[in-house]
Design a protein around this ligand. Structure first.
Ligand code: FES
Ligand SMILES: [Fe+2]
Length: 327
């Protein structure tokens, strides 16, 4: 019996979501993942990366405990083997018996983009979100995460879009407690999401040279659970996309890619460690937020001028009719 997704919210059901990093899946690798409450097996066979329900039709064992053999995935329990189309092609206990046609697992679409494995437990019609800097030779791309949150996607994304917390949660990293004020800015809802341009922020060390400066942040929400920002300082651009996978009713995983057109000599690991530390600072705050569901009724929490991006994000989610992770 195939597992039913925990939500029938068509927006998320029929969108692409990230379940693995492609480069971390060597040939023969088998991993488990969870998307909208559905357990998945992600594996790399001879025909590329496959994403299936993590369920053997024989006795319901998890295929992610199995191994790849001759281009097929073999269940760890009784050794049934499934070919790249998800059809059982071998039952070791009865080698001469043709597996019944019902003996197959549910296959999900799988795409590789930005070194990420994208899938869907619904029927995606569009494309994964754009991130043009990834293939722009002027930029170096650095992956970070995945970061696991005991929180739901809309709260995680709203935290990503929030500038007012920098001096408090990220003092000395992204903000300065001596400069907590936020200058006015505009946020608008467009055909492709939310955009808030050129928000001035005072940072203690915006580009890693140790010099404090005022930089400009442009934020965009481009999917219900995907957002990006671009930080501008002169000609320097630091951009980051945050893609949140809705794991189940209480968990999310955030996958990030940073891209920058400067500081090519700074080791990738140093930049990733900085981002890991920043996320570790956000994590307890986001996990503490109640209600866990993001209130889309603007009367429910208090809003300031500096919250314009979040206000626009909530209005946009309401227009879209997102039900998962919202109230
Ligand atoms: S449960 Fe998979 S082979 Fe028996
Ligand atoms: Fe933060």
């Amino acid at each position: 019996m195939a597992a039913a997704p925990l939500t029938d919210d068509p927006l998320l059901l029929n969108d692409w979501h990230v379940v693995a990093r492609a480069s971390e899946l060597a040939p023969g690798a088998v991993r488990s993942a969870r998307l909208l409450g559905v357990d998945l097996v992600v594996w790399r066979g001879e025909d590329g990366i496959q994403v299936w329900d993590d369920l053997c039709i024989h006795r319901g064992a998890k295929l992610s405990g199995g191994k790849v053999k001759e281009g097929c995935l073999m269940c760890p329990y009784h050794g049934w083997t499934y070919d790249a189309d998800g059809a059982c092609v071998g039952i070791p206990a009865h080698p001469s018996q043709k597996p019944p046609p019902r003996a197959r697992t549910r296959v999900h679409p799988a795409r590789v983009l930005y070194d990420m494995v994208w899938t869907s437990v619904g029927e995606p019609s569009g494309e994964p979100p754009p991130f043009p800097e990834f293939s722009d030779p002027a930029y170096r791309s650095i992956p970070s995460g995945p970061y696991a949150f005991n929180a739901l996607g809309p709260r995680v994304i709203e935290n990503f879009l929030d500038v007012g917390h920098f001096p408090f949660v990220h003092a000395g990293y992204l903000g300065d407690p001596g400069h907590p004020e936020i200058e006015d800015y505009e946020a608008e809802i467009t055909a492709s999401g939310v955009i808030a341009r050129d928000i001035p922020i005072w940072q203690p060390d915006p580009d890693g040279t140790g010099r404090a400066a005022r930089v400009l942040y442009t934020y965009e929400a481009i999917r219900p659970l995907t957002a990006r920002f671009t930080k501008a300082q002169g000609e320097q651009r630091f951009t980051m996309i945050d893609i949140v996978t809705p794991v189940d009713a209480g968990h999310s995983v955030a996958w990030a890619i940073m891209a920058m057109n400067y500081a090519f000599d700074v080791p990738e690991e140093k930049i990733r460690v900085f981002q890991d530390e920043v996320t570790a600072q956000d994590l307890p705050i986001v996990e503490s937020q109640r209600p866990e569901m993001l209130p889309l009724d603007l009367q429910a929490e208090l809003h300031l001028r500096s919250d314009r991006t979040a206000i626009a994000y909530r209005k946009w989610l309401r227009q879209l009719g997102l039900r998962y992770g919202t109230s």
